[in-house]
Design a binder for this molecule. Structure first.
Ligand SMILES: Nc1ncnc2c1ncn2[C@@H]1O[C@H](COP(=O)(O)OP(=O)(O)OP(=O)(O)O)[C@@H](O)[C@H]1O
Ligand SMILES: O=P(O)(O)OC[C@H]1O[C@](O)(CO)[C@@H](O)[C@@H]1O
Ligand SMILES: [Mg+2]
Length: 788
């Protein structure tokens, strides 16, 4: 891997002689505006000229007013808006050399040789071709005397950086394209809404989702909504699919399920290449099962609405990186795509991505389905495996003996400790089903440590967890009580239920509790079982992971509320909102919601601030207001400072802003913990729990004696499953102690702190931004089993 170890900074105003143009192309996607904004603002910060090319490639071909210089204000108040304010198009002209010739001339006439392309697979394929042809296009322009040889020489290299903006997530080389997460939000909102009416009428709903050539939306939508059957391009069913579909749906109904959801990706086919439409599926269900079936085609709803917090943040990071990558490009550098690999912004060669994307299409055309899935990447593959496993009606026979007992069956338990967070139920469902699938017995412990001591423990069956994925809160019940002082009672219950492996899902308390139990292994043999924690809290303050389950939902709740609060001042008022977020001492929510909401400042505990900083920010706000900005957004983490309280900041802004703006304060409180889990949290909970089952089984197997007694003593048998620099990782709890600030209950190092300068730069403050993007190959990117 060619990662850069040294920190890389480009100073403010250091690129005064340069320029770039940005455009959006293909189907629009939510988050494109945030990407354009970040790209423009980073360019202005570096001192270079920046142009919009309106209406995608069509604007490049047509030239004229379609190419305009942009300024700071041209991208104000757009971060929360879906679509693209600079327009997008599907452009036939650009597919022809003649069109590309015109486009090249239009760029040269304005001296533009740095391009940021924001679009899908088609747009980036077109960009790749444009770059490959560039010198021959210039030759032709010289030949027909459209440009001079001096111009040819001066503009002989075209630099291109691509950002993948498409809801389809069909481009190899990135885990998530800008817009995909929001499209999934739209899909699950629709399916959740339909489920209640389907339940009432015992109906089967066939939902058609987008994704012309890629089944990602159908697959992950299916995972996030417990769909009973999906039809996707990469895993087409055999021609006998009607039999399989009907037997699956019939069995589910006979097991008591009142509704069924079938998802059909647009353009789905069977293995012989016959199209499968929602109508075809309905016909089969009507005729054979006589179910009351209905079709809903989600269509462009999926491309609409406000971008999710994830897409806004992704777009901010990618947009800024795109500008930086262009500024660093030399005549020898290859065009790159800025993408996300796990949680890391990376730069992947455009050509490799295009080739791999085309290889997927080829594999599908040649009916090499397994290859197509592999080429889509490890994360797609894993999603598919998980989906298949979770929707099996019965565990495979080979995992059970003649009496129906699991051949390698262990006795596992799951519980929560800490506050509830969205995604916990999805994790429990996945844990239960994965374990049953293997032949294990699973116990659900209600109400945390207190419930365990009270013996509030019950075996969970396959259908006990039906419908749990989309539910917020914690169905098992959760409490904050720690095990300290109650070890004897806990050990007695673990013994009574013969528990051989334990999963704890929860926030900082879960991590703390698991550590306390593991610490007592020498005193209580019942604690010598493998123990694993899935960090789950909106605060995202658990060490050993970059993301906790539930923090994405919390972030989206805050982001949406901030949008609404800001909108309340639309019109003539000049107003500053001071908003307090949760998080304990952890500034994750305030910072990330600040980035996603386009906030002017976000005050947090981890970054000390003085009265001087506050004063400067107030003056800064006043000067922005004087320049025409009408609304301000200030976020403050609940424990940012003992004395500079939310009320204090509100009063300071109120006093100093007199005559210029009014000020209002909002404390968001527990609404941040509620809501419906986002697709990200549903998916993350599902995948993490599946990994925990595998891990627990492997640990038990390695440490069990002939009498079935498990004796885990080594530190690596008590772990926390986290996402750490691009990968899922089981970290021994003891290793995390040194990384933990137990007083403030936060990790000592927090990755997202490096995004704070970006927040300031995008809000027109001075700051020094360290580049994120490391260079990797498309193989490296696709091999990551990321959360996406
Ligand atoms: N092979 C190609 N050669 C030249 N230009 C292309 C090529 N493929 C696509 N383009 C250009 O990119 C535009 C957008 O491509 P396309 O319609 O495939 O959408 P996309 O970028 O894949 O986005 P999405 O699939 O998300 O809608 C096309 O209209 C065309 O102008
Ligand atoms: O908006 P249009 O041009 O009808 O295109 C629809 C297509 O665009 C996408 O939304 C994005 O590529 C596809 O999922 C869909 O097939
Ligand atoms: Mg496309």
């Amino acid at each position: 891997m060619n990662s850069e170890i040294n920190q890389r900074f480009l100073a403010r105003g250091s690129q005064k002689d340069k320029g770039l143009a940005v455009f959006t192309s293909g189907g629009d996607s939510q988050g494109m505006n945030a990407a354009v904004r970040a790209c423009v603002r980073m360019a202005i910060y570096l001192g270079c000229k920046v142009y919009f090319i309106r209406e995608g490639y069509q604007g490049m071909v047509d030239g004229g007013d379609c190419i305009q210089e942009a300024n700071w204000a041209s991208v104000s108040s757009i971060i929360h808006r879906g679509g693209t304010i600079i327009g997008s198009a599907r452009c036939q002209d650009f597919r022809e050399r003649q069109g590309r010739l015109k486009a090249a001339n239009n760029l040269i006439q304005r001296g533009i040789t740095n391009l940021v392309v924001i679009g899908g697979d088609g747009s980036l394929t077109g960009a790749n071709l444009f770059r490959q042809e560039w010198s021959s296009l210039l030759d032709e322009l010289v030949k027909n005397k459209t440009i001079t040889t001096e111009q040819q020489e001066k503009f002989n290299v075209l630099h291109i950086v691509g950002l993948v903006g498409s809801i389809d997530n069909d481009f190899c080389g990135t885990d998530m394209t800008i817009g995909t997460d929001t499209a999934l939000h739209r899909i699950i909102e629709a399916i959740d809404a339909i489920s209640s009416t389907a339940y009432s009428h015992q109906r089967t709903f066939i939902m058609e989702v987008m994704g012309r050539h890629c089944g990602y939306l159908a697959l992950v939508g299916g995972l996030a909504c417990e769909a009973d059957f999906i039809f996707i391009h990469e895993m087409p069913p055999k021609v006998d699919w009607p039999d399989r579909l009907c037997s699956q749906l019939a069995q589910e109904r006979s097991a008591g399920q009142r509704l069924n959801i079938v998802i059909v990706a647009e353009g789905a086919m069977d293995r012989e290449g016959h199209p499968i439409t929602a109508e075809d599926v309905k016909k089969v269900i009507d005729e054979r099962l006589k179910h009351d079936a209905r079709i809903t085609v989600l269509g462009h709803v999926q491309r609409g609405g406000n971008p999710s917090a994830f897409d806004r943040i992704l777009a901010c990071r990618m947009g800024a990186e795109a500008t930086l990558a262009l500024m660093e490009a030399t005549k020898d550098s290859v065009p790159v795509v800025i993408s996300l690999d796990g949680n890391q912004a990376v730069r992947v060669p455009l050509m490799e991505c295009v080739e791999r994307t085309q290889a997927v299409a080829k594999a599908m055309a040649e009916k090499r389905w397994a290859d197509a899935v592999k080429l889509r990447g490890r994360s797609f593959e894993r999603n598919l495996e998980t989906y298949k496993m979770l929707t099996r009606l019965k565990p495979p026979k080979e995992n059970f003996d003649a009496d129906g007992k699991g051949i390698e069956g262990y006795r596992l338990a799951v519980m929560h400790i800490g506050a509830p967070a969205c995604g916990m139920n999805a994790a429990v469902r996945s844990f239960v089903r994965n374990a049953i699938y293997r032949g294990d017995v699973v116990y659900g412990i209600n109400d945390g440590v207190e419930g365990l001591i009270a013996g509030n423990v019950r075996e969970l069956g396959w259908s006990d967890v039906s419908g749990w994925v989309g539910q917020g809160g914690a169905y098992l019940g959760t409490k904050r009580t720690l095990p300290e002082g109650k070890f004897k009672e806990i050990a007695a219950r673990l013994k009574e239920f013969k528990i051989q492996g334990l999963l704890i899902i929860g926030g900082f308390e879960s991590y703390h509790a698991a550590g306390q139990i593991a610490d007592q292994r020498d005193n209580y043999p019942q604690f010598c079982i493998p123990i694993v924690v899935i960090p789950s809290t909106i605060s995202n303050n658990v060490p050993g992971t970059e993301f906790s389950l539930g923090c994405d939902t919390g972030l989206n709740e805050i982001t949406e509320i901030c949008d609404r609060i800001r909108q309340s001042a639309q019109g003539t008022k000049r107003r500053v909102f001071v908003i307090e977020t949760m998080g304990g001492y952890c500034g994750y929510l305030a910072t990330l919601a600040g980035l996603a909401g386009g906030a002017d400042a976000a005050y947090i505990y981890e970054e000390k601030f003085s009265i001087k900083d506050l004063q400067q920010d107030v003056y800064h706000m006043a000067s922005k207001m004087a320049e025409g900005v009408s609304r301000g957004l200030i976020l403050r983490n609940e424990k940012a400072s003992e004395n500079y309280s939310t009320d204090f900041i509100y009063r300071l802004y109120s006093e100093e802003g007199k005559g210029l703006f009014t000020c209002r304060m909002n404390i968001l409180g527990h609404m941040q913990q509620g809501g419906s889990p986002t697709p990200f949290d549903r998916n993350m909970g599902t995948k993490m729990a599946a990994k925990c089952v595998d891990w627990l089984a492997a640990q038990i197997k390695a440490n069990i004696d002939a009498n079935g007694v498990v004796n885990c003593k080594s530190p690596d048998t008590a772990t926390l499953l986290g996402i750490v620099s691009r990968q899922y990782r089981f970290s021994p709890l003891v290793d995390l102690i040194a990384e933990t600030n137990f007083d403030q209950r936060i990790p000592k190092k927090q990755w997202w702190l490096r995004l704070r300068p970006l927040l300031r730069i995008l809000a027109k403050h001075d700051s020094a931004y360290e580049e994120e993007g490391m260079y990797i190959t498309v193989e490296e990117e696709c091999d990551t089993d990321a959360v996406a």
